[in-house]
Design a protein around this ligand. Structure first.
Ligand code: SAM
Length: 231
């Protein structure tokens, strides 16, 4: 091993549930995403080709019934949903949401788009059959609160579908991610070393699928809210 114990511990993923984001919050974060909205689609194209592969298609193909997409961004998943789902999307940034609105109309997709905070959803308990979130648990300041909210709004037995970039498997990858975070967390609250799967497990979901690819950096998770779960 190239790395000493204390350095290695520093490079461990955050999502043991014990650490908090130190990035921007509230208005600053919203301004960051509003400013990023215009270039977001262009910038995502390369990332999607190299790392995400068919992640969006996979995620949307798991959705059924009443579906809530958290942090829908510019609506890049919209073309991939099955035609018969009833879709609601929430998003923090009005500028991102506006592009999602344009995309929904371009692809002919009915969707209720709402401004909202993933950490405090203005939605009733047990209202959705599927909750889906792609590439956003890395950006939402408190991913544990967001996952707890996802659980609250899911019906018992409902499906949680996540795709995100997470802490890589090799230590050298996490070292690079740690370096990146020195810039990306203060700049726009973007985390690279989170492990949403651990939070999902801690919340009591039943994990049906978890797959990691690309040096462990990209993770797909499919989990069910237990039928007996307390919300
Ligand atoms: C990297 S983008 C991902 C967008 C989209 N999910 C996708 O797959 O392309 C992260 C998104 O999370 C949104 N976001 C950040 N914090 C949020 C919060 N607390 N509630 C809702 N959305 C949030 C940002 O506005 C941004 O649109």
């Amino acid at each position: 091993m190239l790395l000493g114990g204390s350095v290695r511990r520093q490079l461990e993923p955050e999502a043991t549930g014990m650490t908090h984001s130190t990035g921007p919050s509230g208005e600053r974060l919203r301004r960051y995403w509003d400013k990023s909205a215009k270039s977001y689609d262009r910038e995502m194209a390369l990332f999607e080709r190299v790392l995400l592969a068919d992640g969006r298609q996979w995620a949307c193909s798991q959705a059924s019934g009443d579906v809530l997409e958290i942090a829908i961004g510019t609506g890049r998943n919209l073309p991939f949903y099955p035609p018969d789902v009833r879709l609601t999307g929430i998003e923090f940034s009005p500028a991102m949401l506006e592009i999602a609105r344009e995309r929904a109309s371009a692809v002919g997709r009915q969707v209720e788009l709402r401004l909202g905070d993933a950490q405090a959803l203005d939605l009733p308990d047990s209202a959705f059959d599927t909750v889906l979130c792609t590439l956003s648990l890395c950006a939402i300041p408190d991913e544990r609160r967001a996952i707890a909210e996802m659980k609250r709004v899911l019906r018992p037995g409902g499906r949680l579908v996540l795709v995100d970039h997470v802490a890589g498997s090799p230590a050298w990858v996490r070292a690079v991610q740690w370096l990146l975070e020195l810039i990306t967390i203060p700049l726009g609250g973007e985390h690279f070393r989170r492990r949403p799967l651990r939070v999902v497990q801690a919340e009591g979901f039943v994990v049906e699928t978890s797959q990691r690819a690309k040096l462990g950096i990209v993770e797909r998770v499919l989990a069910r809210k237990p039928v007996q779960a307390a919300t």
